[in-house]
Design a binder for this molecule. Structure first.
Ligand code: XMP
Length: 320
């Protein structure tokens, strides 16, 4: 049972010192690898690890082909300013090969998990001689996985999976007692720029969690373009999280005066504190209209844009 530290209970300075000590003690004179995606959780863990063990930490960003537009370069650049060197590892082909033909949501998540931990990290860890993988699992990830709602890509021990046995390395999870609000407070205390610790959440399986059905390079590109529009237009809404989902069903529409059996994008924009429950944001209709206009203009093949108005539960934040 993991003991939760709520935002109210959290003493960020004390928490940081304790976790730095834990990391130092675990890694000793060895090497640890750190999986950075650029999200709030992994950015905070990267900074914690960097402060704790400096050059003994190798930080890698896995380019899985499922990230948002320009994400690898952006994350690399932001961390460079903080004195952290990020190695970008191109594994796009491996991920798309693993996802080929898979439409079931849990199988999709599992394919990504295996490719990430077993193949890509397994290889990096073997080559580097590292014994530890440092990552930003938080309590919400564990809760949802244990409850059987969604198998989060980064949860193992709570499911009875021993990473040491399965993958050959140990996983250190310094943020596991926190929720998103606590992680943000720690990020602020660590001196991360606001654009980093205020970033909206983005799931481990990345855009593959936002494509219903097979995640092919083409379909990922479609949802990537729609994501770009949504993030640009919703940037100042103050919402907890906003996203675009590519549906599998097609609907009749028209393009250039011709009938087109086109694709559909669903938009979600959530108000939430900790992602456990969420309600749709009451956005002005003008913003929704602007969004629809720009999506159909910028994303080829889209003839329908819808806005989700159901709450979590029974919905979840992501669609896959
Ligand atoms: P759901 O869709 O379960 O999402 O309501 C709750 C929050 O978690 C994020 N999410 C993930 N984060 N690995 C993560 O690190 C995952 O596999 C994953 N799946 C969902 C989601 O974006 C939301 O903020």
């Amino acid at each position: 049972m993991i003991k939760e530290i709520t935002l109210q209970e959290l003493n960020t300075a004390k928490f940081i010192h304790e976790k730095m000590d834990d990391i130092k003690n675990a890694v000793g004179g060895g090497i640890a690898i750190n999986a950075l995606s650029g999200g709030v959780d992994s950015s905070v863990v990267t900074m914690l690890g960097h402060k704790a063990i400096g050059k003994q930490l190798r930080t890698v960003f896995i380019e899985n082909g499922l990230m948002r537009s320009g994400e690898a370069a952006q994350v690399e650049g932001l961390f460079k300013k903080l004195g952290v060197i990020v190695e970008v590892i191109d594994a796009q082909k491996e991920f798309f090969a693993a996802l080929k033909g898979i439409t079931n949501p849990e199988e999709k998540r599992e394919a990504i998990t295996q490719t990430f931990y077993k193949n890509v990290f397994g290889r990096i860890v073997r080559e580097s001689g590292a014994k530890f993988l440092l990552q930003g699992t938080i309590l919400t990830d564990v809760d949802e996985t244990v409850a059987g709602i969604k198998r989060q890509h980064n949860v193992f021990e709570q499911l009875g999976i021993d990473p040491q046995e399965t993958f050959g390395y140990r996983i250190l999870e310094p943020l596991i007692q926190l929720r998103k609000d606590g992680v943000r407070a720690v990020g602020k205390e660590l001196g991360l720029p606001e654009e980093m610790f205020r970033r909206i959440p983005f799931p481990g399986p990345a855009l593959a969690a936002r494509v219903i059905g097979e995640a092919t390079p083409e379909r990922i590109e479609t949802v990537r373009k729609a994501t770009g529009v949504v993030e640009r237009i919703f940037k100042n809404t103050g919402a907890f999280q906003y996203l675009a989902i590519l549906h599998e069903d097609r609907v009749t529409g028209m393009h250039d005066g011709k009938r087109d059996f086109g694709q559909q994008i669903e938009i979600r924009c959530w108000n939430s504190i900790d992602a456990r429950t969420a309600t749709p944001t009451k956005l002005p209709f003008e913003i929704l209209e602007q969004l629809a206009r720009e999506i159909v203009r910028e994303v080829p093949g889209i003839v329908s844009v819808t806005y989700n108005i159901a709450t979590k539960p029974p919905s979840t934040i992501e669609a896959v």
